[in-house]
Ligand binder design. Structure first.
Ligand code: HEM
Ligand code: HEM
Length: 193
């Protein structure tokens, strides 16, 4: 088991699992609009899988937040400047806002759409719509839908910037000889202090 200077096993698995799914969905999200509009069946399949993976990220991230709140994180790395600690804490908090907020905005988007969505692209598993906008007329619903679609896109760009900053910081500390990467590695056990 990892010691208190490392993230625990569950936190490490959630970090890389959710991180991988997010990178996949960011790429998937921007590419999926290129599926030809006349190939409706492929388009619907790709979009439904995007939504399914997005909702999986939501479930995993809520669990991750609860895990984080109930388990101690390792102490900050020695030699990290106070402003670096502040930036890293802020970026980590923003990641949680994104990991939970992005799928919720996606869900709000499909709740104001004219088309139904299905988990695993399976006709028996319709994704329930959020109740909040169901009383609106068609025009108002379309406007709300546009708002969520734009928010979803803006959040995607903001997330890419955050990820780049996060990776840059991790690699910078790693290059400076700090044990930052190993404490977020699967199965890592520190042998010495
Ligand atoms: C979408 C991608 C990613 C997200 C959302 C993400 C999110 C996070 C969050 C929230 C933390 C704080 C620990 C926690 O609260 O669980 C963290 C820590 C960490 N991440 Fe990521 N991460 C991502 C990708 C990466 C990548 C690609 C790397 C590799 C360079 C990386 C390296 C690390 C390291 C080394 C830590 C530990 C930092 C420390 O010890 O203070 N992350 N990440
Ligand atoms: C962390 C999770 C998610 C990420 C990283 C993500 C990422 C993206 C990206 C990059 C796009 C393309 C940019 C755009 O046109 O808006 C997109 C589009 C879209 N996403 Fe997501 N998404 C996530 C979760 C969800 C969820 C949970 C749903 C629905 C349940 C969803 C529904 C959609 C839809 C319908 C579009 C097409 C928007 C349009 O063409 O106007 N997304 N997503």
């Amino acid at each position: 088991m990892a010691d208190s200077k490392s993230y625990n096993k569950v936190a490490v698995r959630l970090h890389w699992g959710i991180g991988g799914l997010i990178v996949l969905l960011l790429a998937f999200g921007f590419l999926m609009d290129n599926v030809p509009k006349d190939n409706l069946s492929l388009r619907v399949t790709v979009f439904n899988w995007h939504k399914t993976i997005g909702l999986l990220i939501l479930v995993l991230s809520v669990f991750r937040l609860l895990w984080k709140l109930t388990h101690k994180a390792p102490a900050p790395l020695p030699g990290v400047k106070p402003w670096e600690k502040l930036v890293s804490k802020t970026v980590h908090a923003l990641f949680y806002v994104f990991m939970i907020g992005m799928p919720l905005v996606g869900w709000a988007m499909i709740s104001t759409s004219r088309f139904p969505s299905y988990l695993f692209n399976w006709a028996k598993l319709r994704i329930p719509e959020m109740p909040f906008w169901q009383g609106l007329d068609k025009v108002a619903k379309t406007e709300v839908h546009e708002f969520f679609a734009e928010t979803h896109e803006l959040m995607a760009f903001a997330a890419i910037a955050l990820i780049l900053l996060h990776v840059f910081a991790a690699l910078k500390h790693h290059k400076a000889g700090k044990d930052i990467l190993v404490r977020m590695m699967p199965g890592y056990t520190r042998k010495t202090d």
